[in-house]
Design a protein around this ligand. Structure first.
Ligand code: PFF
Length: 464
């Protein structure tokens, strides 16, 4: 009985502590969007898929799929003021309709993403020290490749760096939504921009940088395939942290006076700018020293150290580069772990501290299976994938698109346009009618269709 009472109190809007300032809200959301997706996935996918034409498709996908789902998630979260699972339960027209499953699938996706994301973030952390000690300072990619292999195939090193990463995230989250997430991202995001611009200046002033610029900004549509179009759409999901309850949870911390469509558009644009700035830091340097942009996921850990080693003052810039990658990863991880933490805190009734500790412990266990997937557990393969790749595949190709599809259907068709208008105009206090109308149209008719294509492609039911 007591627990029940407690439960109600904790999730009642009046007692919930959310983001406290407009700037803090913007930076926390931006902190979630900006991450290894910008510094690692965006550059290697752009490199592997032919450059500018891929970026163009990515921008279109962001506008037609990413932005509408992101607005919908934040709107639903703020309207319900609850964690992801209970947001859907509260807003569902009938308690018997299982819409809460969207939230549950989202929480599972966030957990699984974190299992492998924390591993990559652990590598980034390790690379700050490796760069500082000079142990990855070599212009020979076979040497940097050897250094990377020895990190990922050493079970203790891989585990250690992942667990350090998880502990850092836990320390911030225990402090709470405002004092933890908001305060941290408010400090880190400006620092991230400053470091990125510094590295950009270094890369762009190298002789031969223009080839990298041409690669980024001159579209060659002949290199675009159906598969790369779908990859771009998947990236839009990952980038904006949607389809997995993150933005629903963050939306529940939004103040009533926040202008959701304009805030979201700002986040999307800034996130895009960071991706382009990361591209500008990487590709001019890659081309200037005669490396290939198509390295794939190892671009960050094998090509980049070799590239930085080749430039004047490269060791300093390499340290700065991995620090900024670690900063980017932090804001994203805070939002991923917050999804289960909010649920355990508000619905199961655990204190915030215990909810964070329990989630971190479970992540250390499940994450370990990803961390060890290149060593001790390398023989655990499913459908030809090791566990690291399997978690990436399940989340990117199944859970995220399914979550995004049903969020669009729920918000656009079930919750209803009347409530959307109320919520997004802040009960008519904002005069943004045409923006809301355009949003409703895209969310109802275009987004679900496009997401369905990504999903079927991900399941292999649609030829690439
Ligand atoms: N948007 C983050 C990035 O680009 O790295 C990754 C991410 C964060 C994905 C949060 C999903 C999420 F819920």
């Amino acid at each position: 009985m007591d627990t029940l009472k407690n439960d109600k109190n904790l999730s009642s809007p009046a007692r919930r502590i959310g983001f406290t300032t407009a700037l803090g809200t913007l930076f926390a959301t931006l902190g979630s969007a900006i991450g290894l997706g910008n510094i690692w996935k965006f550059p290697y996918l752009t490199g592997a898929n032919g450059g500018a034409a891929f970026i163009l498709v990515y921008i279109i996908s962001t506008l037609l799929v990413g932005l509408p789902v992101m607005i919908a998630e934040i709107m639903l979260g703020r309207s319900a003021r609850a964690d992801a699972i209970n947001t859907l339960r509260k807003l569902s027209p009938s308690p018997r309709q299982p819409w809460w499953l969207i939230g549950a699938g989202g929480a599972l996706a966030a957990f699984l993403i974190m299992a492998f994301y924390s591993e990559v973030a652990g590598w980034v952390l390790a690379y700050i020290f490796k760069a500082a000690s000079g142990s990855i300072l070599s212009t020979d990619p076979s040497v940097t490749s050897q250094a990377f292999q020895s990190l990922v195939t050493n079970p203790w090193q891989a585990l250690l760096w992942q667990w350090i990463t998880l502990a850092l995230v836990a320390v911030i989250l225990i402090r709470g939504v405002s004092r933890g997430i908001e305060a941290t991202t408010k400090r880190l995001i400006p620092l991230l921009f400053a470091l990125l611009i510094l590295v950009d200046i270094r890369s762009l002033t190298l002789p031969g940088a223009s080839q990298g610029l041409a690669f980024l900004f001159t579209p060659d549509f002949s290199r675009l395939t159906a598969a790369s179009v779908l990859t771009a759409m998947g990236l839009a999901f990952f980038k904006l942290s949607i389809g997995m309850g993150t933005m629903i949870t963050y939306g529940s911390y939004y103040g009533e006076e926040e202008n959701i469509p304009s805030n979201t558009a700002r986040v999307m644009l800034s996130d895009l700018v960071v991706s382009i700035l990361a591209g500008l830091a990487i590709f001019p340097a890659v081309f200037a020293f005669g490396f290939k942009p198509e390295a794939g996921p190892s671009l960050l850990f094998i090509t980049i150290p070799a590239v930085f080693s080749a430039m004047p003052l490269g060791n300093i810039f390499m340290v700065l580069f991995f620090i900024l990658a670690a900063i980017a990863a932090t804001g994203a991880m805070l939002s991923l772990v917050e999804v289960p933490v909010a649920f355990l805190h508000e619905q199961v009734g655990l204190s915030r501290r215990n909810a964070t500790l329990l989630t971190t412990l479970l992540l250390a266990l499940v994450g370990a299976t990803a961390a060890l997937s290149n060593s001790t557990l390398a023989h655990w393969t499913f459908f030809g994938k090791n566990l690291f790749d399997l978690y990436d595949f399940i989340t990117s190709n199944l859970l995220m698109p399914i979550g995004g599809f049903f969020v669009a259907i729920f918000a656009g068709w079930v919750w209803g346009t009347g409530k959307i208008r109320e919520a997004l105009s802040n009960h008519s206090r904002l005069s943004n009618r045409w923006v809301v109308n355009a949003f409703i149209f895209v969310l109802r008719y275009i987004t679900p269709l496009l997401v369905l294509i990504i999903l079927l492609r991900g399941l292999g039911l649609l030829p690439a």
